[in-house]
Write a protein that binds this ligand. Structure first.
Ligand code: MTE
Ligand code: MOS
Length: 746
């Protein structure tokens, strides 16, 4: 089964329109929930007023005063309230203050508009510069949500003696995940002789995160809370932490009203209020010897973390750990900071901080090559990490790594050398449309960072079904990335069964163990490995009991499973994660093995720039990557093509415009994402190098493709019309025009 393009387990239902997303589930006696939000970025809540003309007695109204347990969303730092109470501080302009429920959605909308919040305004800050300068102190003692330092050697003495010292400043903007299905949660509250029970169903990546949030909010024992992730229309990190907040809201309304309550955000509310990619600013100082060997790197990496910590500490961590890129360097200092501002908190988004810091280093390498009069290919080739080299944290490359091979393959596929020469002549001859080629070489750490996986201690398992088939038990969710299918393939392979005899249980906390959150591209490598181990144990168990003899037919296997069930009532096997002994990490010094392994890639692209309108057309895109072993080529190719499309949007078009801390362009007409018509064929090449950490040698793939497109595109645009020292994404036509005029003026 490994290496076969098995058909998506849930594909048929999706294609036939039979899949029920959260908003589609029919519910008897359903009420709808709505959220009243602050309308100022910062202030003290003084009063809540319910306007005229609304039959308020028909409504259920929830404020902070109603909350029975802890009014804090369980996250890394417990700083974000479910609802702001009277006398408390409002921290951003989309902050939830009042919840309303009613069976009629139109009346509900009218009521939402009729609630007036009395907020005594306080001065607010909206950008990283103001936060660093502490124009206002809005968070803790220094506006810092998190600070990280990584040190290797000592760059200080190098600046004096190096042949080249080159500095640059790079910025990336916010980006909206834009999953097709907006945020949606369904909540049920029931009280029996043992007390209150809350059931949540919804569009959510991490059932056990929501489980923890609800248990804390109502101070309930774990078995009184049940959370099920339904089929999702995409998530991309956007349903990692925010669903805990919405689930809390829906649960409070269901509990107080005595009715099931569904909250579904419309697109505008979803874009305005929920998390996005963190805007970033990176300053890089680098030193090279006369032959272009990298001697020292100093990186100052800053993220705009918004009003609460949410996922910022871990997004910052991954961004910081990827900041030195794929290069060998003896002296490295990296300083990462996540800064508080009065904007809705950004959160997880595919890549998790790495697209920001890798954009900076991969743009910087091209700018350095220009400054040193070197070919960007040759500069990279001289500095690539290889087997035995150590990274900034001291992590030693233990696998046979061939970045030069990856790069060469991508450049050959694109016909880079020939095109570089040809475009130089053609651009000079007809400057109305200029063509360019560019590339980026990059990586992505697999699984949770550092000791993260050890702390999670994830569990996954297999369960015998009465008809002799087998079900995979894991909390990991399906958001389009193909987890159902990949898990079934891994289990089928290890059991020696056809895939039809393996089903994947729903991600329901009452039924499946905690296999950890569905984030960090960890499902295939980390959870998949546990499933493989559980499957080996399952098969061995049947053999040891004398019920199965190798070699066996699927029918014999099913008979053995039924016999096992007849004997013992139920048959389940589990496997738990243990850190491999050679992997060492120190959380305080940030030294050691940040990840069990990395995936590696080179993406190369060809663009055409219209020098009248400054529109950029992406004419060709080649994505070459090494992701260990590919389990399902069709799904893996889809992951790369989708990630590249999102990366192209990030690099060229998707601009979040903020006004007083609030997103101003919350519609698909003014927030432009790439459509099929805007994209070239995205050509995908996998170079296989099986790694022992994952099932069948597979590593994680989901996020990698997001990291490369933006720098590759800007490198290509700069070749076409530069040098313009392009240092910011999205590089919209307006920005490109401004920069070209600036450079023309000298
Ligand atoms: N692909 C689809 N179709 N939809 C998604 O929401 N999320 C991405 C990536 N690919 C996503 C996706 C993100 S942010 C992550 S972390 C990984 O999938 C998670 O899934 P995995 O662990 O199975 O790679
Ligand atoms: Mo992905 S950003 O780790 O959900």
């Amino acid at each position: 089964m490994i290496g076969q393009s098995a058909i998506r387990k849930e594909g048929r239902a999706k294609v036939l329109g039979a899949t029920q997303y959260t908003a589609d589930v029919p519910v008897e006696g359903l009420w709808r929930g709505a959220t009243v939000r602050s309308d100022v970025p910062r202030g003290i809540l003084r009063g809540i007023h319910f306007g005229e003309g609304i039959p308020w007695s028909e409504f259920t109204v929830v404020t902070a005063a109603d909350i029975p347990g802890k009014n804090r969303v369980a996250s890394i730092v417990a700083d974000q309230p479910f609802l702001v109470g009277i006398g408390e501080e409002v921290m951003h302009p989309e902050q939830p203050v009042v919840l309303l429920a009613h069976p009629d959605r139109y009346l509900l909308e009218a009521a939402r508009k009729a609630v007036r919040l009395e907020i005594e305004p306080l001065p607010a800050i909206f950008d990283m510069e103001a936060s660093l300068r502490q124009d206002e102190l809005i968070y803790g003692t220094d506006n810092l949500l998190k600070e990280i330092r990584i040190a290797k050697g000592d760059p200080a003495p190098i600046w004096e003696t190096a042949a080249f010292v080159i500095e640059g400043d790079y910025r990336t903007g916010a980006q909206e995940q834009l999953y097709l299905e907006t945020q949606a949660i369904l909540a049920f509250a029931n009280t029996d002789e043992n007390g209150l029970r809350i059931t949540i169903q919804g569009s959510l990546q991490c059932p056990y995160y929501v489980h923890g949030a609800i248990a804390g909010l109502f101070e309930l024992p774990a078995d009184h809370v049940r959370v099920t992730a339904l089929e999702m229309g995409g998530a991309f990190g956007g349903k990692e932490d925010y669903p805990s907040l919405i689930a809390g809201h829906a649960a409070l309304l269901a509990w107080k009203s005595g009715h099931p309550v569904r909250i579904v955000y419309d697109r505008e509310e979803d874009m305005a209020a929920t998390t996005k990619r963190h805007p970033s600013r990176t300053h890089i100082k680098s030193a090279f010897d006369a032959n272009g060997h990298l001697l020292a790197l100093d990186v100052d990496f800053q993220l705009d973390g918004g009003a609460y910590a949410t996922m910022s500490p871990v997004v910052l961590s991954r961004g910081t750990l990827h900041a030195a890129g794929v290069y060998r360097c003896p002296h490295v200092a990296i300083h990462g900071r996540a800064l508080a501002t009065n904007t809705p908190p950004p959160g997880a988004f595919r890549g998790f901080g790495a697209p920001q810091s890798l954009f900076a280093i991969e743009r910087h390498m091209d700018i350095c090559a220009q400054r040193m009069g070197m070919d960007p290919v040759e500069l990279r080739r001289r500095n690539f990490l290889r087997l035995g080299d150590s990274m900034a944290t001291g992590q030693v490359i233990r696998e046979d790594l061939d970045l030069a091979g990856l790069m060469d393959r991508a450049l050959v596929e694109l016909d880079y050398d020939a095109k570089r020469k040809r475009f130089q002549t053609e651009n000079a001859a007809s400057p109305e449309v200029c063509r360019g080629v560019g590339f980026a070489v990059f990586m992505h750490g697999c699984g949770f960072t550092g000791s993260g996986e050890a702390k999670l201690a994830s569990v996954a398992g297999l369960e015998a079904l009465p008809d002799g088939r087998v079900s995979v038990l894991a909390a990991s969710t399906e958001m389009g990335q193909g987890k159902h299918t990949v898990f079934a393939q891994v289990a089928a392979e290890a059991l020696g069964l056809p895939i039809e005899l393996v089903e994947v249980a729903p991600s329901d906390t009452s039924r499946v163990p905690n296999s950890g959150p569905t984030v960090a591209s960890r499902s295939t490598m980390v959870v998949g490995k546990l499933i493989q181990d559980a499957a080996v144990a399952f098969r061995q168990g049947l053999i040891q009991q004398g019920l199965l003899h190798e070699p066996f037919t699927p029918e014999a296997f099913q008979a053995a499973v039924r016999a096992m069930l007849a004997r013992s009532g139920s048959y389940k096997t589990y496997a738990q994660y243990h850190t491999p002994p050679q992997q060492k990490w120190d959380d305080t010094s940030y030294q050691g093995d940040a990840y069990p392994t990395f995936t590696w890639a080179c993406y190369a692209t060809q663009v055409a720039v219209d020098t009248v309108t400054w529109e950029v057309a992406v004419e060709d895109f080649v994505a070459v990557q090494e992701v260990g072993r590919v389990i399902n080529p069709t799904l893996a190719t889809g992951q790369v093509q989708g990630g590249v499309a999102q990366g192209i949007g990030f690099g060229l078009w998707e601009e979040v415009r903020m006004h007083n801390g609030r997103m101003a362009n919350t519609q698909l007409t003014n927030y432009a994402i790439p459509t099929l018509a805007d994209l070239p064929e995205i050509r995908v090449v996998f170079l296989e190098n099986p790694h022992p950490a994952g099932p069948g040698g597979a590593k994680g793939l989901g996020e990698l493709p997001m990291n490369g497109p933006a720098p590759a595109l800007l490198n290509a645009v700069d070749f076409a019309v530069g040098p313009l020292r392009l240092d910011e994404v999205p590089m919209t036509p307006e920005r490109l025009l401004d920069r070209a005029e600036e450079v023309a003026r000298g």
